[in-house]
Design a protein around this ligand. Structure first.
Ligand SMILES: [Zn+2]
Length: 104
């Protein structure tokens, strides 16, 4: 492709023109350097609010795929942690009810 600023021929994958230093607008390359925000938020939330973490991770994972951003592994981890947290929440609730029922 050609630089839209100086017109020199540059690499198709270049994010910045090596001749004049102007951004080429090659977002697919720029995005691979960026970690998806929702993937990070989803990962953090998965420890705190499992259901919110799961939703953010699913959306974050979808955005990673669509935009070619980093954070796919983070989003997947966020999903797994959220599900495990929710499962523990359910088990904990069942045990609590059972123990409480036995005490009464
Ligand atoms: Zn240029």
């Amino acid at each position: 492709m050609y630089c839209k600023n100086c017109g020199n021929e540059i690499d198709d994958k270049a994010a910045i023109c090596p001749k004049c230093g102007v951004m080429t607008g090659n977002t697919s390359v720029v995005n691979t350097e960026k970690t998806n925000t929702l993937a990070i938020v989803g990962f953090v939330l998965s420890f705190l609010v499992a259901i919110a973490g799961l939703i953010c991770s699913i959306i974050g994972r979808k955005q990673c795929k669509e935009r070619g951003e980093k954070g796919m592994g983070l989003a997947t981890a966020g999903m797994i942690i959220s599900i495990v947290n929710m499962a523990f929440g359910v088990i904990y609730t069942i045990i609590s009810i059972a123990v409480f029922g036995a005490l009464l």
